[in-house]
Design a protein around this ligand. Sequence first.
Ligand SMILES: [Fe+2]
Ligand SMILES: [Fe+2]
Length: 364
Amino acid sequence: MMMTMVRTAAGGGGGGARVANTAVIVAANRLFSTAGRGGVAAAAAARGIGNEVGVGGPNKLGYWIRASMIDGGRSESTMALSSEKEKNNEEKKKIGSSSESVGNKENSNDKGIIASYWGINPSKITKEDGTEWKWNCFRPWETYKADLNIDLKKHHAPVTFLDKMAYWTVKSLRFPTDLFFQRRYGCRAMMLETVAAVPGMVGGMLLHCKSLRRFEHSGGWIKALLEEAENERMHLMTFMEVAKPKWYERALVIAVQGVFFNAYFLGYLVSPKFAHRMVGYLEEEAIHSYTEFLKELDKGNIENVPAPAIAIDYWQLPPDSTLRDVVMVVRADEAHHRDVNHFASDVHYQGRELRETDAPIGYH
Ligand SMILES: [Fe+2]
Ligand SMILES: [Fe+2]
C-alpha cells in the first residue's frame, strides 16, 4: 500500500513528491511506532523515498528503501543487499559521507545500515584487557571455567527394560562409529558434536511448546536444555578449528541429522524418561571417547596444537593453552550433561514432571 501511494504521488512531479513525502512519513510513523527511535528512522527513511522517487537528492536510507521496497517488495530486501553487489557498491560510495546520520558511525556497510534502520546497533564489547571481543555467538558473561573435578566415572546401571534399551541403543551405535572413525579422534569428536547438540534443542523445544499448551511454567528446564544444546554447539565450533570435515563427512552429518532429529523428537514425545536416559548414556560414551582422545594426545599420536582462540575465550583458559586443555574442559562438560540427563530421567521415573524440580541452569 505504501508503495502504491509513493508511485502515484511521484508521478505528479515536484508537488507529487511532496505529497509522497507527507503520505509516507505519516504511514511510516504509524507503521514503525514501536520505538521512538524506530519511528524517527522510519520517518527519515520515508523522506528518503520521497526524495528518490520525486526530485530531491538521494540519501543513504532513501537508497536502501528504494532498493528494498519500491523495486520489488519484501523478498528483495535481502537480495538487494546480497546479490546486487555492484549496485550496492555504487550506493555505498554515494552514502558514505552521510553514514553518521543513521546513528552508526563505524559501520557504513550494509549490515550497519539495516541495524540502524531498525534501531538495533551492534554492541561493542571489550575484554578486560581492553581488546575487542570478537565473538557474536557468546558474550563474556556467558563464559566459564570448567569444573574439572567432576566425577568422570559415575554411571547409571541400567535396571529397567527402558534403561537397558537406552543403554544398548547407545552401545550398538558405538560399533559403527568406531569402525568409521577408528582412531581419528579429532574428526570423531567434531562429528559426534553435530549429533550431541540435537537432544537439548529438541527437548527444550518440546518443553517450550508444552509450557505454551498448558499455560504453565517449565521450572527452568527449557533454559537448562537449551543451554546444553548451545554448549554442545560450542564444542563443535571449537573442534571445527582443528579438524576440517571432508565432503562425505558433511554429507553424513546431513543424513544423520535428518534421521536423528526426527527419531529423538518422536522418542521424546513418547517417553521423555527414555530419551533423557539415552542421552545420559551417550554422554557417558562421550566421556570415554574424550578419554581416548587424551591418551592419543599423550602418546604423541595426535599433535597437541595450541588451543583455538574461541576455546580460550569460552572456557576462560590461559592464553598458552593447548588442545589437551580443550579436550579436558569439553570432557568435563560432557560429564555435566550426563548428570543432567540421568537426573531428568530419574525425575520422570519417580512419576513427576521436570517442572516440579529445580532445573540445573548454569550447571557446567
Ligand atoms: Fe559435546
Ligand atoms: Fe554432551
